[in-house]
Each structure stands twice: as structure tokens, then as C-alpha cells.
Design a protein around this ligand. Structure first.
Ligand SMILES: [Zn+2]
Length: 273
């Protein structure tokens, strides 16, 4: 599932290829990809609108329109956005196509159909912002992170995956962050010392910023690609995620894998306490 660095990679592509353009047509191939409003209102609300900005909030892509509306896109499991010359063939997994006035189309491909697109009024956008926790790379501080962990008895990894606690972190970057912080994923969140919280804060920022520089992580089974079809490079730099049995890059102990809250969790049993 695309997480913060992958979504950020797509947003950077949209800033280059979509912002400043006007949407001239919208084609909906799979109705359920549109969460709200209904299809007619969704299409009518977008055609003729100029895209004035592209942003990211957690794992949401936000495209701002010139009339104050915002289109949100959540890629979920397999959603991908591609910029293609106008009239490019539609793949069997294409769910939506936005035609732009510069000779290009944006295709929303989504093999498993969990991705969702919505057209939001300012009030809806405000709700989305309040539902999500702080941005790890813009606003999160050790003090704020400590507040989010306070009195939470559940495993620290589960809190990191909670989008209302901290926005944008998923399974890959939760495991990687906990490794660099030297914290065992099953530790109760409220048991972390101030030093450990500071280390975790630094690790989260380091892991996410590095992955953005490498255009995200493309796992073999999920095949993340950026807007121009480019795969990420970060998969070659993962320390523990899906490295079960391989030596820990710090101490050489084989990386272990457990199930935690229904998710595969990878860690070094020696470095992470
Ligand atoms: Zn180790």
C-alpha cells in the first residue's frame, strides 16, 4: 500500500504535470471509485475547472480547484495515477480518466478497486484535516509525539499505523522507523521514555525523508509507480521490512517476523528492545 513517501512522489508529479491545467472531460469507468458526490455531480463539478495546486495530507492526494473545491484521491492498496498523452488506450484496470487541456490525460488505475476519489467542499476538507494526526515531516515534534503515545497501552507499532495519531505511516515505514529507533514493535506505546520518543521522532523523519528522495518503495507484489511510470528505488535500502532471516544491518542477528494487529512485522530481536 502506498504510504507517505509514495503519495508524496505522486503529488510532486502532479505539481509538474497537472497544476495550472484545466480539466476538459472526466470519464468514470468504475463508479465505486468515486466516493462522493454522485457521478453526475462529480463530473459536473470538475469539468471546466482549473487545477490550482496539489498537496498531500497523510496518504491523501489533494488537488485544489479554482472554485474552492478539492479533489481527494486515496490510492489504498493498488491505486496508481499515470500521466499519458490524450487518447492513450485504457487498461483493464483504469477506473477514471481526467482529460487536461494540454494534450495529456491522468489515468487512475486500480487493480483491486479499493482506491477512492472524492470531490470535497471546504467543510469536508476541514473534517479530513481534523481526522488525521500531525504530518511527520511538517508539524510533528517529540512533544507532540509524546502526547499521541500518552496513556496508549497498545503496541507502539499499532499507534504508528493509526492515521489519527500520526498521518501517513503504514506497514513499511513503521517497521523501518522502529528499527532505527531501536524500539521493539510490541512495546506498549506509553512505556517509551522521553529519550526513546525523541529517537523515534528522528527515525520516522529520517526514514520518510530518505524514501521520498528515492521516489518511494516499489514492492514486487504491489508495483508502486510514480505519475510518469517510474518505479521507486527505496526497496533496495530497507533494513528490516520483508528481510526475514537476513542479517540485521547493525548486529548480524537474523531479522524476525511476527504478526502484530494482523500485519506482518519485521524487527531485529537484539537491537530492538
Ligand atoms: Zn540487530
Amino acid at each position: 500500500m502506498p504510504e507517505l513517501p509514495e503519495v508524496e512522489t505522486v503529488v510532486r508529479g502532479l505539481r509538474q504535470h497537472a497544476v495550472g491545467r484545466t480539466i476538459t472531460a472526466v470519464q468514470v469507468a468504475w463508479h465505486k471509485s468515486v466516493e462522493k458526490p454522485d457521478i453526475d455531480a462529480f463530473v459536473a463539478g470538475l469539468v471546466g475547472r482549473r487545477i490550482t495546486g496539489a498537496d498531500r495530507r497523510g496518504k491523501y492526494i489533494l488537488l485544489y480547484m479554482d472554485n474552492g473545491m478539492t479533489m481527494s484521491i486515496h490510492l489504498r492498496m493498488t491505486g496508481r495515477l499515470f500521466i499519458l498523452p490524450d487518447g492513450s488506450p485504457i487498461s483493464p484496470h483504469t477506473r477514471l480518466v481526467w482529460t487536461l487541456n494540454d494534450g495529456y490525460d491522468i489515468h487512475f488505475d486500480d487493480q483491486r478497486k479499493f482506491g477512492r476519489v472524492a470531490l470535497l467542499k471546504p467543510a469536508d476538507l476541514a473534517v479530513l484535516h481534523t481526522r488525521l494526526g500531525p504530518e511527520p515531516l511538517d508539524g510533528l515534534s517529540p512533544i507532540l509525539l509524546a502526547e499521541r503515545l500518552h496513556r496508549r497501552k497498545i503496541a507502539i507499532k499499532s499507534v504508528l499505523l493509526d492515521q489519527g495519531a500520526v498521518a501517513g505511516i503504514g506497514n513499511i515505514y513503521a517497521d523501518e522507523s522502529l528499527f532505527y529507533a531501536g524500539i521493539h514493535p510490541q512495546r506498549p506505546a506509553d512505556s517509551l521514555s522521553p529519550d526513546e520518543i525523541a529517537r523515534l521522532h528522528d527515525a520516522i523523519r529520517h526514514v520518510l525523508a530518505s524514501a521520498i528522495k528515492r521516489h518511494g518503495t516499489t514492492l514486487r507484489d504491489e508495483q508502486f509507480k510514480g505519475l510518469e511510470g517510474r518505479m521507486g528505488d527505496n526497496q533496495g535500502y530497507l533494513a528490516v521490512f520483508r528481510c526475514t532471516g537476513q542479517p540485521c544491518p547493525r548486529c548480524g542477528t537474523p531479522i524476525e517476523r511476527i504478526r502484530l494487529a494482523g500485519r506482518s512485522t519485521h524487527f531485529c530481536p537484539r537491537c530492538q528492545t
